[in-house]
Design a protein around this ligand. Structure first.
Ligand code: NAP
Length: 460
């Protein structure tokens, strides 16, 4: 089957690529495995040289790469430029810090010597989503390449040009053939690749369904896996919050990346006392966003990444309304070409409705009004997801205390969840396991090997 790139704004087909044959997949695995035999012995300095070169090529191509992101998946151009910069900073961060992060760790022993050596494990498979086509790849590839592992990467089928561009950048950086290989394959080929003895681990960012299927294949083969899956982040507003700032950030948190971020703020949980003010301001700000061409810098909300994504979210909204929820603003497909949905707020959601449990992957906010802090915490935890979350309050101690009671991988106080190179990123519950970024992100696919030297004086 062909892998097709379609512009979600114009709906025009941009390019199409053939899926790899079995023979081509075999060659890719074999090259990655062969390269691993030498890459694992390279110094950190040699590995860093390749990543720094990748970063510098990306800097030179920033405009071209940003436009590619926008044309393939509809991200606003300024956000696409930010993404390219951020991916560059991840390559540079691991090039600079890996040696320190992976230094031998001495252990306290009575006699002789003991330490933990962090060694590479081999060829890894990464399966990445379309919503941040460069950033997602960087946060998986950069730390693992610095460890000494080699990478096979299956990107999402709707961003094949971004996928090709990343591979071409590694080639231009003179990375050894097989260090980073793009795989044009479909989901069904994943388990066969994981079955291969030369593959030592796999990581997936995406939906629960895809994650479960990859984890099953990895588990069956006793191979390590990392899963970064969906989320339904709560955004809690306490009565002492600055409502102007909270509503500005509510719009940002729900519409960044056209609402298609795993850590987008999705469930707005507002204390009764400030609910009316919050809703009035939130409604006005969501309702006046300018929809349009994502290449136009004045556009505030672009199209969803695909027709399928639009269909899914419209179905979710319509079903919620049929089940008794109320549309406060938006809710429809506007009269525009492209996969658009209006910025939407839905209220009157009850636990019996499907929407109560589902992730909304688009600019649609669920609004809940609660009596007190206890109810807010209970509702925040009433989800199978556990990725991010945020709490808005002037009382930082109170906010931290609430943060302690929410079951999720990341909680931000006075800001929607966001990612940065030096902070661990990942979730709990059905949002997955393992961490990316920071020092934790480089520790997932290493062999923490114990080396113990027994003193000759020690008794037998
Ligand atoms: P998706 O369908 O799961 O796609 C993600 C990747 O998995 C793609 O490369 C896809 O390939 C592949 N895939 C699909 N089915 C597969 C299968 N059965 N086995 C192995 N691989 C398979 O995800 P999506 O719906 O496009 O992306 C949105 C989801 O990702 C949301 O739930 C979002 O919250 C989550 N996400 C999580 C994070 C995080 O860090 N936690 C970050 C971003 C997104 P094809 O494109 O060829 O199907």
């Amino acid at each position: 089957m062909a892998i097709v790139s379609i512009n979600p704004y114009t709906l025009k087909k941009l390019k199409s690529f053939d899926e790899m044959t079995e023979n081509e997949i075999e060659k890719a695995i074999s090259r990655a495995h062969e390269t691993y035999q030498t890459w694992k012995f390279k110094s950190y300095e040699e590995r860093a040289k390749v990543l720094n070169k990748v970063a510098s090529i990306m800097k030179n191509k920033k405009e071209e790469l940003s436009k590619l992101i926008t044309s393939e998946m509809g991200k606003l151009i300024k956000q696409a430029e930010y993404e390219v910069d951020y991916a560059i900073s991840i390559f540079e961060y691991y090039a600079k810090n890996a040696k320190t992060f992976l230094a031998d760790e001495p252990l306290k022993v009575e006699t002789g010597e003991a330490y933990i050596k962090k060694s590479p494990i081999g060829v890894l498979l990464g399966v990445e989503p379309w919503n941040f086509p460069f950033y997602q790849v960087a946060r998986f590839a950069a730390p693992n390449i610095m460890i000494g592992n080699t990478i096979l990467l299956k990107h999402a089928s709707n961003v094949p040009q971004c996928a090709k561009a990343i591979e071409a950048i590694f080639k231009e950086a003179k990375a050894p053939d097989g260090l980073y290989t793009n795989l044009f394959i479909s989901g069904k080929d994943i388990s066969k690749i994981i079955d291969d003895k030369r593959i030592q681990g796999a990581s997936l960012t995406g939906s629960e369904k895809a994650g479960a299927s990859l984890a099953m294949a990895a588990g069956k083969n006793i191979k390590k896996s990392v899963l970064e899956l969906g989320g339904s982040d709560p955004f809690i507003v306490l009565e002492d919050a600055d409502i102007d700032r909270a509503t500005d950030l509510a719009v940002y948190g729900r519409t960044v990346n056209n609402g298609q971020s795993c850590v987008a703020s999705k469930r707005f949980i507002v204390l009764e006392k400030v609910a009316e003010e919050f809703l009035t301001k939130f409604k006005t700000k969501m309702g006046t966003l300018k929809l349009g061409d994502p290449m136009d810098e004045t556009t505030q909300l672009g199209p969803l990444s695909s027709e399928g994504a639009l269909e899914t979210i419209l179905k979710q909204v319509n079903k919620a309304v049929a089940q008794g929820a109320k549309i406060e603003v938006g809710g429809k497909k506007p009269n525009l070409t492209g996969n658009f949905i209006e910025a939407t707020i839905i209220s009157n959601i009850t636990p019996e409705m499907d929407l109560y449990k589902e992730e909304l992957f688009g600019p649609v906010a669920s609004l809940y009004v609660v009596k007190n802090e206890e109810e807010a915490i209970q509702l925040a935890n009433a989800t199978e997801f556990g990725l991010g979350g945020s709490i808005f309050s002037k009382d930082l101690e109170r906010a931290k205390n609430i943060a302690n009671q929410i079951d999720s991988g990341m909680i931000f106080i006075n800001h929607p969840t966001k990612s940065s190179t030096d902070m661990p990123f990942g979730g709990t519950k059905r949002s997955g396991y393992g961490r990316e970024l920071s020092v934790l992100g480089i520790e997932e696919f290493v062999n923490k090997k114990l080396i113990r030297v027994i003193s000759e004086k020690e008794k037998l």
